[in-house]
Design a protein around this ligand. Sequence first.
Ligand SMILES: Nc1ncnc2c1ncn2[C@@H]1O[C@H](COP(=O)(O)OP(=O)(O)OP(=O)(O)O)[C@@H](O)[C@H]1O
Ligand SMILES: [Mg+2]
Length: 368
Amino acid sequence: MLNPFVYDRPIAPADMVAREAEAALLHETIENGTNATLAAPRRFGKTSLIGAAFERADRELGMATAAVDCYGVLTREDFAARLATAYRTLPGGFTRRVARLNEEATMGAQVAGTGATLGRKRTPLSVEEPIIELLDLPLKVLKKTGQRTVVAFDEFQSVLDVPGLDGLIRSRIQHHGKAGTYVFAGSEPSLLHSLFVDRGRPLYGQARIMQLGRLPLRAAFSAVADRFEATHREVEPRVLSRLVELGAGHPQRTMLLASALWDATPARGEADDEVWDAALAGTLAWLGTEFEVMWTSWSSTERRVLAALADDLSPLSKDGRRVGLKHASSAQRPVAGLLRRGVLEGRGADLRIVDPMLALWISQLRAK
Ligand SMILES: Nc1ncnc2c1ncn2[C@@H]1O[C@H](COP(=O)(O)OP(=O)(O)OP(=O)(O)O)[C@@H](O)[C@H]1O
Ligand SMILES: [Mg+2]
């Protein structure tokens, strides 16, 4: 029997727990031709939700779809390549044209880099021409096939690493009208936010802001129970409660724990406390490698802030002294940095560590 819990990739629409309201809203926005931003911490299901919305836009609205992964782009050429990858499957027979534009973008960079000239003189800016043509492809698709296109720019906060790129994108897409509708998704919510709500930025006010929160615990509980049942394994309700509470509505962490629990449960057997303890210990050990790297990358005040939150203390109050923060105000800067990077979320009394497994790992680290 195959483990029914997926935790390491975007999931199919049928595997999604809850999210009906979010999916309906996103669909409606796409249908209306309104651009949207979809902000959520890492692994909250952005890419899966976009996939579900695309499937529906294709099926019900006959729209063309293109998902552009912006993660890690550092240059305009990188961005051109990502566009090309996503746009080459657009309908209308543009595959070769897209490949050529990608080549041209790379060529522009090489020539600019070496200072050589190739036929007519190129300037470093020439990379913008192929990007512009790529970005404008939805106009051609509409003209040729009559289809509207929905484009998702996933991990869009990465464009902040390429000076002026948000302005270039805006300068094109603002003329797309109904030909192109855009979903900008990002996993560093405050960075994404700054692209659309900072008056000074080119994309200011260009999209409806949507947030993806945690899964409702009740929905997580029944989804995990159903999948155990469907695969002939039982789980004690108390164990299931412990799992769902620890997962805290974090979609990927809940599925990861469920997957580990399922693996640890014998075929046709039952997950009891002992099975749960083993599954949890195994998962923590497995995640520990990644957490250690993160832990050492943080400054000592950031670690103190995280340690306080892991122990349900407020780093912004006098409680902070218990983790070595001398003044409540010394936590402000690290808190802001950790919020910006999506390690923390919320504010004031609701401030918390996004990843419940990281929180558990930190509190165990200190209890050693
Ligand atoms: N609605 C959901 N129901 C159940 N599990 C979900 C749901 N959304 C996300 N997940 C879990 O989270 C994992 C990651 O989903 P996805 O890749 O869509 O998230 P993401 O926000 O795009 O992540 P990343 O930040 O890594 O790009 C999935 O493999 C699955 O385990
Ligand atoms: Mg994703």
